[in-house]
Design a protein around this ligand. Structure first.
Ligand code: SAH
Ligand code: SF4
Ligand code: F3S
Length: 479
């Protein structure tokens, strides 16, 4: 299921499925439809929203045409992400035309970026809610029921929704996202996230472990710990939401400590995480990954560019050599570790030679996967203020195509290394093409397809001999 790929900006949407929830009061039986765009954090937030509204009696539905409340949880990362949302809103406008009582809300990063301007630009929208204001949703819906429009885009320095038990949407009952922190303090010059998500804050580790343990007890076998920069996760006693000192067992919990705490829940619970920042990933984290079999050997380590001058303009705070040093450390400490990346082509003033350094970085690392984008200028970011978006679209596109072509070779090379090996695969369900086959992922996040065998079912692990591979999938049999 594509939904479970790490961190990335899915431009595809997923929608909530019908499920029966605890009764609430006046909203009892009202139907909520929620559609999510963007990164895994947004998908995870939609589960928090569903939970907050379930408390008030809402049920989720997978058909927006018969929904009382339609929410779209939006992404601002690139212009085309916003265009997609606006097009989708047109479809909701048509549905609302037939059902005027329908409440339409815009949530997430676009809501935060555009604030009440959204109400002027898109007439059908009734509610605009930023990522830190979801607890206010029941009040805001009340306000709309009373005939008003409603906006809450306040960002918070404390909100982590730590106490909210998310309603799992579109769940296969095996993999789940768990948010460990919110916001970002990094200010990469191209990036809108610090503006849409606010300051970085970490969630109480005890609530994270409790959520993961609860998931395990319910049969889940894989958690992905989410944050824009998980390596700067840090919890200290002074960080409680109400500002009071809290007694915690560990005075400071860093990301390596947190990984260990989650890994110790059960050896059969796989632990993934995303995203790692090259400037912050420590050897301590790498040693922790190496120490625990159930922490997957897979690191998403976005490089963005292979050239030091461009990296400086991007305000990434590392250079080419530093990044290569981190890759070397991964190879040394975790010899069999998959690495994936994000790459932006055609950033302001990038020359052909500098672009070629991105290609040579790809040769150096031989990434298992990559998410590749043309630079898209975002209003309000440092790059938009300081530098001209001066690389013409066709050149951005040529560079992107070169990067994509190289990645295709590299992914294939990495997949081929599995052929002839036995991989431990967590079975996720039937393969897309046939109910005679199961699919699941190995530790390095590669999809493996193999014939169904008696005695094995989704949620269990199987040892699979990999016999061959296609461009994106390993094929084998249980041994
Ligand atoms: N926190 C993560 C990234 C989150 S955004 C990190 O630091 O790596 C996901 C990816 O979108 C980024 O890694 C970057 O490659 C891409 N991206 C962000 N802003 C962009 C922009 N303005 N244009 C093109 N791609 C962008
Ligand atoms: Fe954006 Fe940089 Fe923060 Fe990632 S680390 S979310 S790219 S500002
Ligand atoms: Fe995620 Fe997009 Fe916001 S990538 S943090 S949903 S801008």
């Amino acid at each position: 299921m594509e939904f479970l790929t790490p961190d990335k900006t899915h431009d595809e949407a997923r929608q909530g499925e019908a499920l029966v929830l605890e009764p609430g009061e006046k909203n009892l039986g009202r139907k909520l439809y929620i559609e999510s765009y963007g990164c895994a954090m947004n998908f995870s937030d939609s589960e928090i929203v569903a939970s907050i509204l379930a408390e008030k009696g809402f049920e989720t539905t997978s058909d927006f045409n018969n929904a009382d409340v339609v929410f779209i949880n939006t992404c601002s990362i690139r212009e085309n992400a916003e265009t997609r949302v606006r097009n989708r809103l047109k479809e909701f406008a048509y549905a609302k035309g037939k059902n005027p009582g329908m409440v339409v809300g815009v949530l997430g990063c676009m809501a935060e970026r555009l604030k009440s301007k959204f109400l002027e630009e898109e007439k059908l929208v009734d509610v605009v809610v930023g990522p830190d204001a979801y607890r206010d949703l029941p009040n805001l819906i009340d306000k709309v029921d009373g005939g008003q429009k409603a906006v809450n885009v306040l960002l918070s320095r404390e909100e982590t929704y730590a106490d909210i038990n998310p309603v799992r949407l579109n769940s296969n009952g095996i993999n789940a996202f768990v948010s460990i922190m919110r916001g970002c303090d990094n200010m990469c010059s191209f990036c809108v996230v610090p503006f849409t998500r606010g300051r970085e804050r970490s969630r109480d580790p005890h609530s994270i472990v409790a959520e993961c343990r609860d998931l395990f007890n319910k049969g889940y076998r894989e958690v992905t710990l989410l944050g824009q920069n998980v390596d700067s996760y840090k919890w200290s006693a002074t960080q409680s939401a109400d500002g009071s000192e809290q007694l915690v067992d560990e005075p400071i919990v860093n990301f390596a400590n947190l990984l260990e705490m989650v890994a110790l829940i059960d050896p059969d619970l796989r632990v993934r995480f995303s995203t790692s920042h090259p400037k912050d990933i420590t050897d301590e984290v790498l040693h922790t990954i190496a120490k625990y079999d159930n922490i997957c050997n897979y690191i998403h380590l976005p490089v963005q560019s292979g050239n030091s001058r461009v990296l400086e303009l991007m305000n990434r705070t590392y250079d080419r050599e530093w990044y290569m040093g981190r890759v070397d450390a991964i190879r040394r400490i975790i010899p069999d570790c998959a690495i994936s990346t994000d790459i932006i082509t055609g950033f302001c003033t990038e020359t052909e030679e500098e672009h070629n350094e991105t290609l040579s970085m790809m040769d150096y690392v031989q990434y298992d996967y990559a998410y590749m984008f043309m630079y898209s200028e975002r209003p309000g970011t440092l790059a938009a203020k300081r530098y001209a978006d001066d690389i013409p679209e066709p050149i951005k596109a040529v560079r992107l195509n070169q990067v994509v072509a190289k990645q295709r070779e590299s992914s294939h090379y990495r997949l081929q290394q599995h052929v002839g090996r036995v991989d431990r695969v967590l079975i996720e369900g039937f393969s897309k093409k046939s109910d005679q086959d199961y699919c699941g992922r190995n530790d390095k996040n590669a999809m493996v397809v193999f014939p169904v065998q008696e005695g094995y079912k989704p949620g269990q692990y199987a040892n699979v001999l990999v016999e061959k591979c296609t461009s994106a999938t390993l094929i084998g049999k249980i041994i």
